[in-house]
Ligand binder design. Structure first.
Ligand code: ADP
Ligand code: MG
Length: 267
């Protein structure tokens, strides 16, 4: 089942129109995803959940212009997505911080590449550190930071590019449960405040509901969209209190009913 997206009042920023992606692995074709019709609305946080290998990362790579669709087309702001779509910022599980640069040095990289004058770089880095909660840690090196601090640093560096869309591929998968919840709260609040459009991949149902405005559930490979589920929780939801919330429980139960057969656990 595909969605009825793009309804009145919602501007699609990214559109997948009949998209499929086939790889060739050891001379054999491998269909990663097929028949993807999906509209990502401007300013929403869209979470993507599905079994491992169903093509979630492949979809993000296509939105980023890194992979070309083999069927259909991917549209960004009304035009076919460019190779290396520079309107998006990508965040993955590993943070790729440079170990020989401190926090300030790492966050400054995109600004230095842009050729900003030194004083502006310093001011902007300070602002970004405040945005992600890293004030006071500017002179620390990555190996002196906790997992959460490293994530914040990577996020600040990503925001330094000022991308209008964030593509997040299981960014918190390696964090422990408490820290993960904390990062979920922060990322949701931050993306709302900055008005970012977000595609957020996770294999964690709770995370998909806690963070998302809508959640896309995929089938196993070749990945297709099983269902798009609205998450009608308050925009400023309290993620720490969610587990006690009736609506939250119902939505996660619905999602599980949809996802379980896709991962071979349903009846
Ligand atoms: N660059 C690639 N070359 C060949 N096969 C790939 C490539 N990227 C992904 N695949 C294959 O496509 C399928 C979907 O992969 P991926 O998008 O990473 O899934 P997910 O992120 O949902 O776990 C997998 O079978 C994977 O091995
Ligand atoms: Mg993946």
């Amino acid at each position: 089942m595909t969605e009825q997206a793009g309804s009145k009042g919602h501007v699609p920023l990214i559109e997948f129109r009949g998209v499929g992606k086939r790889f060739t692995v050891k001379g054999e074709p491998l269909q990663a995803v097929r028949d993807i019709d999906l509209k990502v609305r401007e300013g929403e946080i869209l979470t993507l959940v599905g079994p491992s290998g169903c093509g979630k990362s492949t979809l993000l790579n296509m939105a980023a212009g890194l992979f070309e669709a083999t069927e259909g087309e991917v549209i960004y702001r009304g035009a076919p997505v460019k190779p290396y779509n520079n309107s998006v910022g990508y965040m993955t599980q590993s943070d790729h911080l440079l170990p020989w640069r401190d926090v300030i040095g790492n966050i400054a990289i995109p600004l230095e590449i842009k050729g900003l004058p030194k004083a502006q770089v310093v001011a902007r880095v300070e602002e970004l550190m405040e945005t992600v909660g890293l004030t006071g840690f500017g002179r620390s090196y990555p190996n002196q930071l906790s997992g959460g601090m490293r994530k914040r640093c990577a996020l600040a560096r990503l925001l330094a590019y000022d991308p209008e869309t964030l593509l997040m591929d299981e960014p918190f998968a390696a964090l422990d449960a408490m820290l993960r919840m904390r990062m979920q709260i922060e990322i949701r609040a931050l993306c709302r405040r900055l008005g970012k459009t977000v595609m957020f991949v996770t294999h964690d149902l709770d995370e998909a509901v806690a963070i998302g405005d809508r959640c896309v559930v995929f089938t196993g490979r070749p990945g297709t969209i099983e269902r798009v589920v609205d998450v009608p929780l308050p925009p400023d939801r309290d993620i720490l209190q969610l587990r006690k919330d009736r609506d939250y429980q119902e939505i996660t139960a619905t999602l599980w009913d949809v996802l379980a057969p896709a991962v071979g656990m349903g009846d």
